[in-house]
Design a protein around this ligand. Structure first.
Ligand code: FAD
Ligand code: FMN
Length: 589
């Protein structure tokens, strides 16, 4: 392989070096070869005069990454449902196995002032809402945005988690990647963007980074072994075909709202755990689609080209496109397209087309180019695979009523789900939530779930009843009126009778002059709550984000400030500690 001249130099070098240095060289070269093998096929290899590949052409970029000493890495994750945390844990494990020092922090724990001391900095972060950071990552992202001091010594890489169903796919990861770059950091690996089957992109991305950072010692073996894993083919999300077997209103006569209990039976076993949600793509209503078609001057069978496919206008508007509460970015595109000046604010398409009608002669089919696909809606699963069988999925769905410019409309998906007759067919998928799993069977559990927040706790209680365990259970539930809105009252009463549910506290806000909420019941039971917490109970919260979850947070801090244990840290830090250790979990929306 080597020319005589090179061979002589090589043997001379061997003569001049010790056995230990040979081991170092061996590790160095094997890591280097591994890195080169991973280069994309488009990379140009420079061919030397003797015809052999001149690998030295790659050295300037790769030599930096094949080092003789371990490096210090920080992996920060921003998550809502736990996927980014799971990947970060895996990443840190692999960095350590490759001989580096690596620490993991959540975006909440991470102090941005530590950035100047970082050398290798990795962020794994998802996108939620409409292109927003996870709730716990908001101040991390804002802090980065506001930062002025450059980070010229920082080497970084970002892995973004998202879902291609959303118009702003992986937006938060993109933003973080671009901010670190703008601040002067050196991007050592391209931004990775993961769809719903995130491991298909994430695991090879992690392996590539670990390989790039390989140390020339025996530890590289760990990196090399994983590097051989082939990228899994993206599988997409599993969609289940199901029948609606029950669809009933949980409220009784006199109720001022409507919440439904819906049971689905899938054709095959559904892979889910208590704490997961079911996801749905709703259909727009016939009447709303008819209005939009009329305003566009189109028939429902008119052919429309959309993203490389031919659709009938009616089907495209019914099944695919979002025509409600259009975001400002879509309104802006309508403004540009039609030349109309539009008052700011989100609008439904029917109102937009009525109030800001395009001029005669305008090609109304162009409107389809600016509309975005509908995004899924999620509903916490209220059933338990152990108790209800693996094909059944139960939901607790609050029917929304929205006052709009053109009249009262049902919430898009809650209205869609409510309209299903028993026996009709429906499709759904599972949105996993590894951050909201039942605690170990022998742990005590405090569940705070007013309104539809009760759904996952119904699942937990049935699961605990079926699978056993000695953990105690305490539920706080709240709604408007006892007589009409006590969801699952009979089941909860039965759980009390059998002793599965040790305590049940309810708050019906409209039964008394002075409104009473779950946090008031927590206050009344503060001493007992503190006792449970001191004895190691887990606290889980589910339901509306605002104001309920904020009020409950504030009440927990208030109650914890009266504790007599762990007096050395203040109550809000103590609650944060519970959150970080997984003993305080929230699934709020
Ligand atoms: C993880 C998770 C779990 C969830 N679990 C449950 C559950 O168990 N049960 C449950 O009932 N819900 C649950 N939700 C909420 C659920 O996903 C939906 O957000 C909810 O049902 C509303 O969706 P919708 O399509 O009916 O309403 P949408 O039509 O999307 O309307 C939602 C809101 O948008 C605004 N809006 C929409 N259109 C207009 C308009 N034209 N003008 C003015 N404002 C407008 C209003 O504020 C309205 O309340 C969960 C959410 C998440 C993320
Ligand atoms: C309510 C909700 C809103 C979401 N919004 C977006 C979005 O705007 N853009 C996107 O790319 N992904 C979006 N996603 C998908 C998540 O980013 C994806 O499920 C990711 O794997 C979650 O990772 P995490 O568990 O670390 O939070 C959304 C998911 C949910 C549940």
């Amino acid at each position: 392989m080597l020319s005589d001249d090179k061979r002589a130099k090589f043997l001379q070098l061997l003569k001049e070096t010790t056995k230990d240095e040979w081991v170092w060289m061996n590790g160095y070269l094997s890591a280097l070869t591994e890195t080169l093998g991973a280069l994309p096929p488009t990379a140009t290899r420079v061919v030397g005069s003797a015809g052999e590949e001149a690998t030295t052409a790659f050295l300037p970029a790769e030599v930096e990454s094949v080092r003789s000493t371990p490096i210090s890495c920080t992996v920060v994750y921003g998550t809502e449902t736990g996927n980014s945390k799971k990947l970060s844990t895996e990443f840190v494990k692999k960095l350590k196995a490759a001989g580096h020092s690596a620490k993991i922090k959540s975006t909440e724990q991470y102090k941005l002032s530590d950035l100047e001391d970082e050398s290798y900095f990795f962020v794994i972060i998802s996108t939620h809402g409409d292109g927003d950071p996870p709730a716990a990552a908001k101040s991390f992202v804002t802090g980065l945005q506001e930062r002025k001091d450059p980070l010229s010594n920082l080497k970084f890489a970002v892995l973004a988690l998202g879902d291609t169903s959303y118009p702003l796919f992986c937006k938060t990861g993109e933003d973080v990647d671009s901010m670190l770059n703008t601040l002067g950091g050196t991007r050592i690996h391209e931004l990775g963007k993961c769809d719903v089957d995130y491991e298909a992109v994430a695991l090879p991305w992690i392996d590539d980074v670990v390989r790039k950072l390989a140390i020339s010692s025996s530890n590289t073996v760990a990196a090399k072994t994983t590097a051989n894993q082939k990228a899994a083919k993206p599988a997409g999300r599993a969609v289940y075909d199901a029948k609606v077997i029950t669809n009933l209103v949980l409220n009784d006569v006199g109720a001022t709202k409507s919440t439904r209990h819906i049971e689905l039976k899938a054709d095959s076993s559904v892979v889910y755990e208590p704490g997961d949600s079911a996801g749905f793509f709703a259909h727009n209503s016939e009447s709303e689609v008819a209005d939009v078609l009329r305003l566009l001057g189109l028939g429902k069978e008119d052919r429309i080209q959309w993203q490389g496919e031919t659709w009938m206008a009616g089907d495209l508007l019914t099944k695919k496109l979002s025509i409600r509460f259009l975001p400002e970015r879509v309104i802006k595109k309508y403004e540009d397209l039609t030349g109309k000046t539009i008052v700011p604010g989100r609008k439904d398409l029917d109102a937009l087309l009525t109030d800001f009608k395009f001029d005669a002669g305008f090609d109304s089919k162009k409107i389809f180019e600016i509309l975005e696909p509908m995004v899924p809606r999620y509903y916490s699963i209220a059933s338990s695979p152990a108790a209800h069988g693996e094909k059944e999925v139960h939901l607790t769905v609050a029917e929304l009523e929205i006052e709009t410019r053109t009249g009262t409309k049902p919430g898009l998906c809650s209205g869609y789900l409510s309209s299903f007759a028993e026996g009709s067919s429906i499709q759904f998928f599972i949105q996993k939530n590894p951050s909201f799993r039942l605690p170990p069977p022998d742990s005590d559990l405090i569940m705070i779930g007013p309104g539809t927040g009760i759904a996952p706790f119904r699942s937990y209680l049935f699961e605990r009843e079926s699978t056993g365990g000695n953990g105690k259970n305490w539920l706080f539930f709240g709604e408007r009126n006892f007589v009409s809105d006590f969801y699952y009252q009979t089941e909860l009463q039965a759980f009390m009778d059998t002793g599965l549910l040790n305590r049940l506290n309810t708050a019906f806000s409209r039964d008394t002059k002075q409104k009473v909420y779950v946090q008031d019941r927590m206050e009344e039971n503060a001493a007992e709550l503190l006792k449970w917490i001191e004895e190691g109970a887990y606290i889980y919260l589910c339901g509306s984000k605002d104001p309920m979850s904020k009020d409950v947070d504030a009440k927990l801090i208030d109650i914890l400030s009266r504790r007599t244990f762990h007096t050395e840290i203040d109550a809000s830090d103590f609650l944060k500690e519970l959150e970080e250790s997984g003993r305080y979990k929230k699934d709020v929306y």
